[in-house]
Design a protein around this ligand. Structure first.
Ligand SMILES: NC(=O)c1ccc[n+]([C@@H]2O[C@H](COP(=O)([O-])OP(=O)(O)OC[C@H]3O[C@@H](n4cnc5c(N)ncnc54)[C@H](O)[C@@H]3O)[C@@H](O)[C@H]2O)c1
Ligand SMILES: [Zn+2]
Ligand SMILES: [Zn+2]
Length: 389
């Protein structure tokens, strides 16, 4: 079959690889009908995530049709239409039973590697390095879905692929980021990053009843999309972010802050980001935490910092004293996708939201290698890419 494979930093190829086969009775094989490139894929593309191997099949946001099921997969049959959550979940461990699916204790085949680095294992993920199980991803014609009975979202036929595809990742990610803010009707929610995750977080914060939502980015079309979604835009190339946030909150700062940027943040006006770039270049720091520092500084005391943006390792010069003394609450994590998807699917069916608004680029899978670059460079107005094998 054909698939997009990682071969090193900035090297994604449209390769021919072996078809996946059932390896366990709880597996299913999915014929992919649509897949997307996620901001998290860019961390692999840019070479920031450890434990990738040449030839790894990429992709963790995908959906399709079941073409084969293992003997123990009772609730799926050939022909079923499903979206696959990017977090592989067993459905039966202590964490899954609590709905903490992204820290499932059983699905990471390389649990010992993850435990060595993080203290505990986290869930297996599709197409996301050998630290999270080394599972082949869904930017491919076919995918093997392990623990398929608990790792799928059934979707009805009257909704299009584009309407439901993002249930596998960015829609619940933006939603979880907003839910974790415990939004009250008097709250200002400031969201750093107007990429696909930031866009979903904006819609979620609006749906959850925030008084004011603000989006910080510097890409004009992303800020325009943020405004369309109900957010006040701040361009960090043109304005001082802290000053603007203070103005918009009468000098008090936003109660809730969401980091939808993660480890590759940019900054145009600050010394700290120069420092991070130097340290990152020589390997003395893995991630660039400019947004985290800004959030700690500007967040109103007793506020919440919600972090869906991905960090991989070590960060430096975090003003933890400010966070502690201001009594801030940290909420973060990979998304517990399946915890939210029944509710979100219903919202799509009820036409309260159509997540396909974020798509700017549609192409066949073979265009994937070029579109990784387009998406990374935010070229050609690119906000979200959907590929069809
Ligand atoms: N927690 C999860 O489960 C989960 C799921 C999906 C994605 N993510 C993560 O969410 C983050 C965003 O993903 P995306 O798909 O929207 O990616 P993206 O790269 O398209 O978006 C990031 C945006 O941040 C902006 N940005 C950069 N520096 C900034 C700064 N200093 N201030 C404000 N904005 C800044 C960029 O211009 C860009 O528009 C990534 O780190 C990704 O890995 C996490
Ligand atoms: Zn993702
Ligand atoms: Zn589990």
């Amino acid at each position: 079959m054909k698939a997009l494979c990682w071969h090193g930093k900035h090297d994604v190829r449209y390769d021919t690889v072996p078809d996946p086969i059932l390896e366990h009775p709880r597996d299913a094989i999915i014929k992919v009908t649509a897949c997307a490139i996620c901001g998290s894929d860019l961390h692999l593309f840019d070479g920031f995530m450890p434990e990738m191997k040449s030839g790894d099949v990429l992709g963790h946001e995908f959906m399709g049709e079941v073409v084969e099921v293992g003997a123990e997969t009772q609730n799926l049959k050939v022909g079923d239409r499903v979206v696959i959550p990017f977090t592989i979940t067993c459905g039966a461990c202590d964490q899954c039973l609590k709905g903490n699916f992204s820290v499932c204790e059983r699905t990471n085949r390389n649990a010992d590697k993850a435990a060595k680095m993080f203290g505990h294992t986290t869930a297996g993920l599709f197409g996301y390095s050998h630290l999270t199980g080394g599972y082949a991803g869904g930017q491919a014609e076919y995918v093997r879905v392990p623990y398929a009975d608990s790792t799928h979202i059934p979707v009805q036929d009257d909704l299009t692929d584009e309407q439901v595809l993002f249930l596998g990742d960015i829609f619940p990610t933006g939603w979880q980021a907003a839910v974790q803010c415990d939004i009250e009707p008097t709250d200002t929610v400031a969201i750093w990053g107007g990429g696909p995750v930031g866009q979903m977080a904006i819609r979620s914060a609006v749906l959850l009843g925030a008084k004011q939502v603000i989006c910080i980015d510097r890409v004009p079309e992303r800020l325009a999309m943020a405004r369309d979604g109900g957010a006040v835009p701040i361009n960090f190339d043109e304005d001082d972010v802290v000053e603007r946030l203070q103005e918009l909150t009468h000098g008090k700062g936003p109660e809730k802050c969401i980091d939808a940027v993660g480890m590759e943040s940019h900054a145009s006006r600050s010394m700290d980001s120069l420092y991070d770039r130097v340290k990152q270049a020589v390997g003395a720091e893995t991630d660039r935490p400019h947004v985290l520092r800004e959030m700690i500084y500007v967040c109103r005391p007793a506020g919440v910092l919600s972090v869906p943006g991905v960090y991989g390792g070590l960060i430096d010069k975090i003003p933890f004293g400010a966070a502690m003394n201001k009594g801030l609450t940290w909420r973060m994590g990979q998304t517990h996708v399946r915890r939210w998807t029944d509710e979100l699917l219903q919202m799509i069916a009820d036409k309260r939201i159509d997540p396909s608004f974020v798509i700017t680029h549609r192409a066949r899978l073979q265009a994937g290698p070029d579109l990784y670059k387009t998406f990374r460079d935010k070229a050609d107005g690119c906000i979200k890419v959907v590929l069809t094998p």
